[in-house]
Design a protein around this ligand. Structure first.
Ligand code: ADP
Ligand code: ASP
Ligand code: MG
Length: 411
């Protein structure tokens, strides 16, 4: 008999009918003899709706109160799913994060899980009940409700699986696995049978929203067997695994991630003296703004141009600071651009292949897409391009790296 944690995302519980379907599915697993803990998200659109309400009251909602409110989305679905199970003769009980006691730090809207009290859950499982837990939420040491950041139900699922030493954590969603790239953008994208934690972590942090980054971190750290599957279609899904297979067919890159979440800032005509990067980025980090990519140009006549990217939410604040810095250090000007996107190729296969980056640049050049910034690490290459070329770039790279699904005969 196995212990399985199953997480169902927003679209999978988006209507009462879907919740009934999820209950049917859980019932089948239960009847097969497995112990089941289910984690659910809010009904699709609900978290956005709630945030919208808060923003009607104040543009920057007070984080503590925002958490009190958005956590209600998941409270609704745990109750509905428990009812749907009980109606089917399957004993079930719902828990909010607070009731389980998923203890987090106090960083409202982006809290981290510190510990999970598994006593209640274990007692319920022993008594033959399906345990239904609200995703995305916890409680801090002072009893304040916290939430784990967008997509945080994935992390609740994996953290529970780690705490309970579950045999598998199954993430059920509206696609049948992890694809080479977002299948909504590239119809030729292919489902991967397996992907390593390391690659999945890069994919998630570079923009693939299929799994929240922290859920992958957790799964890697505690070695939780993690699988992404379609909620209502049969299939093997994608296994996130530790081992890198040494197969001849190992592709050079496994996937392409992209995001539109960043903005670019440039300061020109900076007197080029030692410590210039610190003078420019020091005030930015002092304001708690994270910097992603950085490029400093070769200096002419003792001045230099310096460009970096930040999250779009931080764009205006960062530009303000940079303008101030420009005035302080005698730079010519500070400008910004939000019409950018970042495209990244990811794969452990890069370690054993040279020329991957140039192959990427060649594919983009063929489409006359200008590259504005580049950054590389051991298993990824990222470029910043103009936002309007994003989909074209992703498709071109998908083809250039031979990731397209065969035109006929399926996979
Ligand atoms: P849920 O509500 O179930 O948590 P999400 O919307 O958070 O679902 O994640 C699933 C979505 O992730 C898919 O519908 C798909 O558009 C998107 N996605 C982005 N990149 C990928 C990828 N590489 N593989 C699969 N899905 C991806
Ligand atoms: N409901 C939350 C969100 O929309 C958490 C989740 O779905 O994982 O981000
Ligand atoms: Mg999600």
């Amino acid at each position: 008999m196995a212990l399985i944690v199953q997480k169902f995302g927003g679209t999978s519980v988006g209507t009462v009918e879907r919740i009934e379907q999820v209950a049917e599915k859980v019932k089948k697993f239960r009847e097969a003899g497995d112990d089941i803990v289910v984690v659910v998200s809010a009904m699709s659109g609900e978290t956005n709706r709630l945030i919208g309400l808060a923003k009607q009251i104040m543009e920057q909602p007070v984080p503590r109160e925002l958490d009190v409110m958005v956590s209600t989305g998941e409270q609704v679905t745990i109750a509905l799913l428990s009812m749907a199970l009980i109606k089917r003769g399957v004993p079930a009980v719902s828990y909010t994060g607070n009731q389980v006691r998923i203890l987090t730090d106090s960083a409202h809207t982006k809290a981290r899980i510190l510990s999970i009290d598994d006593a209640n859950i274990r007692a319920d499982l022993k008594a033959g009940r399906v345990v239904v837990v609200a995703g995305f939420q916890g409680v801090d040491e002072h009893g304040n409700i916290t939430t784990l950041g967008r997509g945080g139900s994935d992390t609740t699922g994996v953290a529970l699986a780690a705490a309970l030493k579950a045999d598998e954590c199954q993430i059920y969603t509206d696609v049948d696995g992890v694809y080479t790239t977002d299948p909504r953008v590239v119809p030729q994208a292919r489902r991967l049978d397996k992907i390593t934690f390391e690659e999945m972590l890069e994919m998630a942090s570079l923009g693939s929203k299929v799994l929240q980054i922290r859920s992958v971190e957790f799964a890697g750290k505690y070695n939780v067997p993690l699988r992404v599957l379609h909620s209502f279609q049969e299939g093997p899904g994608t296994l996130i695994t530790l081992d890198e297979e040494e197969s001849m067919e190992q592709p050079i890159i496994s996937g392409i991630a992209f995001n539109r979440d960043e903005a670019k800032l440039t300061i020109r005509g900076v007197p080029d003296t030692p410590g210039v990067a610190f003078k420019i980025l020091g005030p930015i980090s002092a304001a708690n703004i994270e910097v992603d990519m950085i490029v400093q140009n070769v200096s002419h006549d003792n001045t230099t141009d310096f460009t970096f990217t930040v999250h779009r939410n931080d764009y205006l604040a960062a530009l303000e600071i940079l303008k101030q810095t420009a005035a302080n250090i005698g730079a010519r000007e500070a400008t910004g651009d939000t019409n950018i996107a970042k495209v990244s190729i990811v794969g452990v296969g890069m370690r054993s292949h040279a020329g991957v980056a140039s192959r990427m640049f060649e594919a983009l050049a063929k489409e006359t897409i200008n590259i504005q910034m580049i950054s590389t690490s051991e298993i990824k290459v990222s470029v910043v391009i103009e936002e309007k070329y994003l989909e074209l770039a992703v498709r071109a790279l998908h083809t250039a790296f031979e990731l397209d699904a065969p035109a006929r005969q399926g996979e």
